[in-house]
Design a protein around this ligand. Structure first.
Ligand code: PLP
Length: 425
């Protein structure tokens, strides 16, 4: 891989360099297992003395191509692909926090992440403090405790659509010797590279824009590299791992200790890898990432402008919209567009939201965003229905809120569809 290649070149070429006569497209290696000529070769692989493949639960050549590409696109040293975005966020935390530890998180989060943090990881003994999206650096610092192991935030929150002040979060984290973990699902590296703003770990639900065609559930965790794990707060990085005969991650894998530990310990033991076919499809999706993110953003902006001026719409939230409270931050952190998701509330409240959604002919009701096809969702009764009223408010979900994921269709056709649906409300 040429170190001078720009983003769009990396998006189509990174991760796979076919040899003479090899397939032009990275093949799907649909094999759980790999063949070796002698016992020692396999023993060395198990001891992590040599790199290579021995079982697809830990690594697979097709998944490896996708991981290398995402690491290149985010500007990190390594990536670990997972079975889902949920797995990516869960294990990004579990890789550094255990029972008795604590994490500070922005409160504007995807509903599944709220549930993961407040229920499942809490039951595992990890405590979370949530800070509002309006929190100042002092307030974030004040939430940090001696047992805090990381700060977590979504760059562009789903569905609150507030833009996190990444530099402020990074300053607060680093002042306490902690890593900043950032969920970059909605912007993707085509619009935002959180490592450029101080993040240390990036997570994705690759089920969204990285795939882009709603074919494959997946997730990925990317490591920037260079974080100091030896400051005394992270003994699992500096003390011997007995499951690998005393290997020390910060010493033996100094270039990428976080992702190595994540793969060889947690992906191995919990069994949450991405599958090769999903990696193949997601990798294909990433080839058009820049083109798609530009068009998704253009369509979302056109719809946001149309809805804002419509007499039956009470409010529109889209950080790409002039006058939006997050517009300034969007201009700083998101380059070339504010992604494809916007939210709005009809004047008639929840009943109008329902009528509008049922009247759409081109846009479909789907529990998903980031598809090439436009979709709508009502979070309060769907993705976020497990949340309490106060959690809904913290996550930025009003009862009437409709989440609209602008696809890649013609903007005029989409506007016409919303126009006819609104006429029936
Ligand atoms: N993070 C964000 C921001 C999401 O929007 C989602 C899913 O919508 C997830 C994580 C979870 O990802 P997955 O559905 O791939 O498990």
């Amino acid at each position: 891989m040429n170190p001078d290649w720009k983003f769009d070149t990396l998006a189509v070429q990174a991760g796979y360099e076919p040899k003479n006569g090899a397939p032009r497209i990275a093949p799907i290696v649909q094999s759980t297992t790999y063949k070796y000529d002698d016992v020692q070769s396999v023993a060395d692989l198990f001891d992590l003395k040599t790199p290579g493949f021995f079982y697809t639960r830990l690594a697979n050549p097709t998944v490896d191509v996708f991981e290398k590409k995402i690491a290149a696109l985010e500007g990190g040293v390594a990536a670990v692909a997972m079975a889902s975005g949920q797995a990516a966020n869960a294990f990004a935390i579990l890789n550094i926090a255990r029972t008795g530890d604590h994490v500070v998180s922005g409160s504007a989060l995807y509903g599944g992440t709220v549930s993961l943090f407040t229920n499942t990881l809490k039951k595992a003994g990890i405590d979370f403090t949530f800070v509002p999206s309006s929190a100042t650096e002092e307030e974030i610092r004040a939430a940090i405790r001696p047992e805090t192991k990381a700060l977590f935030v979504e760059v562009l929150a789903n569905p609150a659509l507030c833009v996190a002040d990444l530099e402020m979060y990074a300053r607060a984290a680093h002042s306490a010797g902690l890593p900043l973990i950032v969920d970059n699902t909605f912007p993707t590296p085509a619009l935002c590279r959180p490592f450029d703003f101080g993040a240390d770990i990036v997570t994705h639900s690759s089920s969204k824009y990285l795939d882009g065609h709603a074919t494959s559930v997946g997730g990925v965790v990317v490591e920037k590299g260079g974080f100091d794990w030896t400051c005394g707060k992270f003994p699992e990085f500096t003390e011997p791992d007995e499951s690998y005969h005393g290997l020390v991650y910060s010493r033996d894998f100094a270039a990428s200790p976080y992702s190595t530990k994540l793969r060889v310990q947690l992906v191995r033991d919990y069994g949450v890898p991405m599958m090769p076919f999903n990696a193949f499809l997601t990798n294909l999706g990433t080839e058009t990432l820049s083109l798609r993110m530009r068009k998704h953003s253009e369509n979302a902006l056109a719809l946001a402008r149309f809805l804002r001026n419509h007499p039956k719409i009470a409010w529109v939230k889209y950080p790409g919209l002039e006058g939006d409270e997050d517009h300034e931050r969007a201009q700083k952190y998101l380059r070339g567009g504010a992604s494809g998701v916007l939210t709005f509330g009809p004047k008639g409240g929840f009943k109008s939201s329902e009528k509008l959604m049922n009247s759409l002919k081109l846009a479909a009701i789907v529990v998903h965003v980031a598809d090439a096809r436009t979709g709508v969702l009502h979070p309060a009764s769907m993705t976020h229905r497990q949340l309490s009223e106060s959690e809904l408010i913290a996550a930025g979900v009003l009862p009437e809120l409709v989440r609209l994921s602008a696809g890649l269709e013609d903007a005029g056709d989409l506007i016409a569809d919303f126009d006819q649906a609104l006429a029936q409300c």
